[in-house]
Design a protein around this ligand. Structure first.
Ligand code: URA
Length: 241
């Protein structure tokens, strides 16, 4: 993209004002002053105007390590929201959650302002796998993995769930991998087999794992690889729920 066009698109300067600023030497590209408004700049180029780095506008993608007690909503009168945990970002109200967690569930939450991308991540058509660590009230019966694999029928659902995998880690602890995201799905799956979930933690969505260096409440932008890995999940023939 031309340098004057880039500046015009990420600041409130008109194209003519951007050209003038460039010619006056107010703009650096990768550390060096550039006076040619037609200079070509790529997405990764570092551009400053009057010494301040310019941030590209465009879709934003973050991962957040959600603590318990925080809600996946834009606003809440009683509780802290996931957006409250991104105080350093501009215009957080334009972000939304791609796959909500319950208030008491911890772990990986994805936030973006790219509706098409979040639809891809959450649509059951794409069968993006979500990995959860589950702690249960009672020991998990040996028959449960098979029942999950065959697809449970949950109360008030018209269709059987997609097959889910259960890896037993301890008598009351398991990793459960589901390919859709129905309301309270994991808790309802355990309730359907006569058990109860005490703790629930999401550790992965598709190719993107919760960054182990992120403390609870911490967040970071997704890398370009993470964004594209989730955008390129193959579409299955499954019906939309
Ligand atoms: N399943 C649940 O029951 N709760 C969550 O927060 C996520 C999946």
């Amino acid at each position: 993209m031309r340098l004057d066009k880039l500046i015009g698109s990420v600041t409130d300067l008109s194209r003519a004002m951007a050209k003038r600023a460039i010619r006056e030497g107010a703009v650096t590209v990768d550390g060096a002053v550039v006076r040619d408004p037609a200079a070509d700049v790529g997405a990764e180029t570092a551009v400053t105007l009057d010494g301040r780095p310019l941030r590209a506008v465009g879709p934003r993608y973050f991962m957040l390590h959600k603590p318990a007690g925080v809600v996946c909503a834009a606003r809440d009168r009683l509780h802290q929201t996931v957006l409250d945990l991104l105080p350093d970002e501009d215009n957080v109200e334009t972000l939304h959650v791609a796959g909500r967690l319950d208030i008491d569930t911890t772990g990986l939450v994805l936030l973006t302002d790219d509706g098409k991308w979040s639809h891809r991540v959450t649509s059951p058509r794409h069968r993006t796998e979500k990995h959860y660590l589950v702690t249960t009230a009672e020991p998990i019966d040996a028959s449960v993995a098979g029942q999950f694999e065959r697809g449970l029928f949950l109360h008030n659902e018209k269709r059987r769930l997609l097959p889910a995998r259960l890896e037993q880690l301890a008598p009351c602890r398991a990793r459960v991998i589901i390919a859709e995201g129905k309301y309270h799905q994991v808790k309802r799956m355990f309730a359907a087999v006569g058990n109860a979930v005490l703790e629930l933690h999401r550790e992965r969505i598709g190719a993107v794992a919760l960054d182990p260096t992120l403390p609870e409440g911490g967040y970071r932008p997704l890398t370009a690889m993470e964004v594209s890995a989730l955008a390129s999940a193959p579409e299955s023939a499954a019906e939309e729920a």
